[in-house]
Ligand binder design. Structure first.
Ligand SMILES: Cc1cc2nc3c(=O)[nH]c(=O)nc-3n(C[C@H](O)[C@H](O)[C@H](O)COP(=O)(O)OP(=O)(O)OC[C@H]3O[C@@H](n4cnc5c(N)ncnc54)[C@H](O)[C@@H]3O)c2cc1C
Ligand code: FES
Ligand code: FES
Length: 495
């Protein structure tokens, strides 16, 4: 079905909302509050940190028989990304007879709210949790709340409330979306490209201004590639956790925005034998689940990446393309030898992540070229992988440094060491001089002094906002020493 230009259609509590004439960068939060007067959803920080704006965004499940919900920071999500989806706000939880959702009832009963500013976001995060996890543990509740700040109540009553709410029958915990299902089918976005009479791809905009600026939401990789060839300066939008910040804090207004969220091929993970092919629109939550058994340390780095509403939309490709010197996934990917599949038009090339960065936030991507997929090697017999992120706060904080190391132990000595960091150089990178110190040595022969020397020779000492150089260098060395020490006695290889 072709969308009428400049109309974003989404389902809100059994009604199709047609948002017309909105800017391509209007946020979901602003639209909910200012146009729909859903003021239960709050703005605290407008940068994804406080969780006051959390809502649930729903999409038809693969079979089309139900709705899958994700908690998102509505302050970071752009309204046109909602086209074809549904939204649940805290107001949606009120039942027809006026009664509250079990999470809300328990928040009242356990005194989980004082000033109440954070409460709607907390209720939505927890309601999201109980849609998929029927009996969450205390630790799962903690994780679910890691992106919600409360300044006055304290978390104990909130956690108690969640555990109490979970005693309610599953049917009461489930969001009532029966009225939404048929409507979601009605506004479903096209899954095939539109062609002109000449056989050219025509990417239909969701929003288009009189000046010709537009927000497009293609369904296929071919459309993305075609559009980017014709508009090489267009901005790719994946999970919006960086772009949303640029919109809110730097007032960025890209002329052309290409949203990848509706490209089914890019949302897939394929098992290619020795590697996983992770599509560019696969979320960090999905990657966390993928690597949980194979690389538990990588999963732990991801558990501490932002918060659940950030990870539910943020992508691995977005983290790589953004290229922050303190990006968290890159040390793990570098140590594991990940490669990137890049596409421009019909042409593709494979580039190892090591060769991807050419400077601070600079990459080898050519105009019109984009990351189509990441190839992540699966564990090999005899291989070990360690990673750890150091940040000031445990949850929801950016790295001072993150270190990852992949190695083998042969005859009690290290071999094939791949060691990588963020936070020490203009872009995340491997550390060949440190690898040379470790390779060929038994764990107890690796000394702090040798590592210190290699760090001093490899990196330019520079203090940063998040840490001094002295601290970073010390942590960088100590993380390696910890990995080395923990390799004694020899652990079982990852199978
Ligand atoms: C509250 C908060 C907490 C955060 N915590 C962390 C953290 O702990 N660790 C960390 O490393 N980062 C963190 N970030 C940064 C951010 O979440 C990550 O960089 C994230 O992975 C970006 O992915 P995205 O899909 O949201 O990217 P987007 O915002 O959609 O895009 C980011 C950039 O990548 C480009 N891009 C996206 N997809 C592609 C593609 N396929 N090909 C080429 N270019 C592409 C976009 O054009 C844009 O320039 C945090 C951000 C916020 C707001
Ligand atoms: S307003 Fe703070 S996370 Fe959105
Ligand atoms: S109840 Fe006041 S900030 Fe949480």
């Amino acid at each position: 079905m072709t969308q009428a230009t400049n109309t974003v259609r989404f389902v809100l509590d059994g009604v199709i909302v047609e948002a017309q004439g909105e800017r391509r960068t209007t946020t979901v939060l602003d639209y909910l509050r200012e146009q729909l007067h859903r003021t239960g959803t709050k703005e605290g920080c407008a940068e994804g940190d406080c969780g006051a704006c959390v809502v649930l965004v729903g999409e038809l499940n693969a079979a089309g028989t139900g709705v899958d919900y994700l908690p998102v920071n509505s302050c970071l999500q752009l309204l046109p990304t909602l086209d074809g989806k549904s939204v649940k706000t805290v107001e949606s939880l009120r039942r027809a007879d006026g009664s509250l959702h079990p999470v809300q009832e328990a928040m009242v009963a356990c005194h989980g709210s004082q000033c109440g500013f954070c409460t709607p976001g907390i209720v939505m995060s927890l309601t999201g949790l109980v849609q998929t996890v029927k009996a969450p543990t205390r630790s799962q509740v903690n994780d679910a709340l890691s992106g919600n700040l409360c300044r006055c109540t304290g978390y104990k009553p909130i956690i108690d409330a969640t555990l109490k709410a979970c005693a309610a029958p599953a049917a009461e915990l489930k969001i009532d979306d029966q009225a939404d299902l048929a409507l979601l089918h009605e506004i479903r976005r096209p899954t095939e490209p539109t062609y002109s009479l000449d056989g050219d791809i025509v990417v239909q905009p969701v929003v288009r201004t009189r000046k010709g600026n537009e927000f497009v939401s293609p369904a296929t990789v071919a459309e993305v590639a075609d559009y980017l060839k014709k508009h090489p300066g267009a901005t790719l939008l994946a999970g919006s956790t960086e772009i949303g910040l640029q919109v809110n804090k730097q007032f960025s207004r890209p002329d052309h925005i290409v949203y990848l969220g509706n490209v089914a091929e890019l949302r897939q993970i394929q098992d290619n034998g020795g590697t996983w092919r992770i599509g560019a629109q696969v979320s960090l939550s999905a990657v966390e689940a993928l690597v949980a058994k194979a690389y538990p340390d990588f999963a732990e780095v991801l558990r501490r990446f932002g918060s659940p509403p950030i990870r539910s939309t943020a992508t691995l490709a977005g983290n790589i393309a953004n290229g922050s010197p303190i990006g968290d996934t890159m040390p793990c990917l570098l140590a594991l030898g990940a490669t990137l599949l890049l596409r421009r038009g019909d042409a593709t090339r494979t580039v190892s992540l090591e060769k991807f960065y050419t400077g601070q936030k600079k990459t080898v991507l050519q105009p019109g070229e984009f990351i189509e997929a990441i190839h992540l090697p699966k564990p090999k017999a005899g291989g070990f992988f360690r990673a750890h992120k150091i940040s000031k706060r445990f949850d929801q904080d950016i790295s001072a440094t993150c270190c990852a190391m992949h190695y083998q132990l042969k005859d009690g000595k290290f071999s094939d060491v791949r060691l990588a960091y963020n936070g020490l150089a203009p872009s995340p990178c491997r550390a060949p001089a440190l690898e040379a110190v470790i390779n060929g040595r038994a764990p107890d022969a690796v000394s702090a002094a040798q590592l210190d020397q290699a760090i001093a020779a490899s990196f330019t000492a520079r203090d940063g906002l998040r840490a001094t150089w002295i601290y970073r260098a010390l942590v960088a060395r100590n993380l390696v020493l910890q990995f080395v020490e923990e390799s004694l006695p020899v652990k079982e290889a990852v199978q």
